[in-house]
Each structure stands twice: as C-alpha cells, then as structure tokens.
Design a protein around this ligand. Sequence first.
Ligand code: SAM
Length: 282
Amino acid sequence: MAQIDGLPPLREVIATHDLQAKKALGQNFLLDLNLTARIARAAGDLTGADVIEVGPGPGGLTRGLLAEGARRVLAIEKDPRCLPALAEIAAAYPGRLQVIGGDALEIDPLDHLTPPIKIVANLPYNVGTELLVRWLTPPAWPPFWTSLTLMFQKEVAERIVARPGSKAYGRLALLAQWRSEARIVLTLPPSAFTPPPKIDSAVVHLTALPQPRYPAPAKLLERVVAAAFNQRRKMLRAALKSLDPQIEGRLDRLGIAPTARAEEIGLEQFCALARDLDTPRA
Ligand code: SAM
C-alpha cells in the first residue's frame, strides 16, 4: 500500500469507523492509494485548482487529490457514517478540505469555490448519469468547470465516448461531445474495488471546449437528440415527427435521409437539424 500521506491505511479507516459498504448508496470503495493518486493525476495539474468530489466515502480519492496538490477540495457525501473519517483527512490538510454532508443532487457547491474548478469523482452508479447530464447541460457555455474526471461503469463510459454507427452511440455521446472533449483514460477490473462490483469500470476525462463544436440552440438540440434516440430503431421521419409534422421536408433539405436511423447521424447533422427547427418554415 502506497504511503502518500501520514494517515492510516484505508482498510484500517474502514474498520475503525465501521464503514461496511451499503449497496443502496452505490458504495464500491477504492482502497489502493496508488490507484486513487493515479485517478487524481488523470485530472491534470491540480495545484491551481479547486476540486469538487462527489461521494468521497472513506476518502481514498480525496487523499489522492490532496496529495497531488489540489488547492482545495470540496467533497459532498450523503452517508453520515463517512463524515468522521473525512474529518480526520481535513485535519491532516488544514484549510484544504471542506466536507458537506448531503445529497449531491440537491447541493450547489459553487458558493464555496474559486475558478478554475475541476470535478473528480468515483461516482455512485445510481446518480452518476444524472449528475453528468446536469454538468453537460447548463444554460450557458463554458460551464463553471474546466474538466470532469469521472469513474463510471465501463458500459456508461463507452456511451460517453461512442461514435456514430456503434450500439453505444446515443444521447450521452452527443451531449458530451458537442461541448467537450471526452476520452476514457483508465479501465479498472472489479477487483480494484471493495466490495467488487459485477462489471468493469472506467474513468472518463472530459475537457470543456471554449465553445460548442457546432452552433445549435441547446434546449432544442437536447430535445431532438432525446426524440431521435428514444425510438432509436425507428426511421428519423417517424421518430422526429412529434417535433414538427413537416420534419421530412426539413431532413431532405439538410441532406439527411428521412429513412436513416438516429445512430447513423453525426453530431454536425444533429446540430444543423436543431438550428433548422429553430427557424420557422419558409
Ligand atoms: N470516493 C470513494 C472511493 O472511491 O472509494 C467512494 C466511491 S463510492 C462508488 C460512491 C460514494 O458516493 C459513496 O461514498 C456513497 O455514500 C456516496 N453517495 C451516494 N449517493 C450520493 C449522493 N446522492 N450524494 C453524495 N454522495 C453520494
């Protein structure tokens, strides 16, 4: 076990604070501090950045982030059993770790932070996708964060980086790739976690682009993509009919085959369609 700080090994922390993992909270802990430091490094240079961590649990990744030099870490944890263990880490890094007990879906951490802000987390699987979508769909761009470094179930990570034509391609890929650069930086087997989950996990690193890759009205693009992939086996002219009864004419005009299916359509074409739907028909 790596000695990245003067704190006790995580197995000892878990025993001392009786942190038996709870499935309902998506608790699969990383106990290897070498590994958590590696994930922290995947987030890039942390020395001048404030970091938001969702779900620190017993604090393995938190310790990695602090040891790698994060200016400040703001950690949001729903399980009150973890708070005493996290308080010990805060004491070892005076003024650099703030822990908020509560649900990350309900807490706005921004009041407490100074840009640049990075988000790094081994996300609880039950709220991971919802948080990602929120971070990717703010009303204005660029967002408050400069990068997201997030552990997901591998299948979700593959959906984020998927390209057109693949089974994994859909709403998540388009939302992520429209306004950020997304890549998988690390894949981990179940044995990396305690307790081990049933499937592999992967860390995705997303960097916010200064502006979207192609112009498009955000809300409309989200609606088009949702409608297209909700019925992904249907042809576009049927899947998108609810958005405009004259959708077939619009698709024709844009050079998109009305008989194509959503998974064949690239980001640039979806953006063109959202822009077209934003203008009244001539
Ligand atoms: N970061 C730790 C690690 O890597 O070992 C724990 C990761 S574990 C996969 C997910 C953590 O998120 C758990 O500690 C769990 O209690 C916490 N959690 C679950 N739902 C949450 C929520 N809605 N808001 C904040 N934390 C949550």
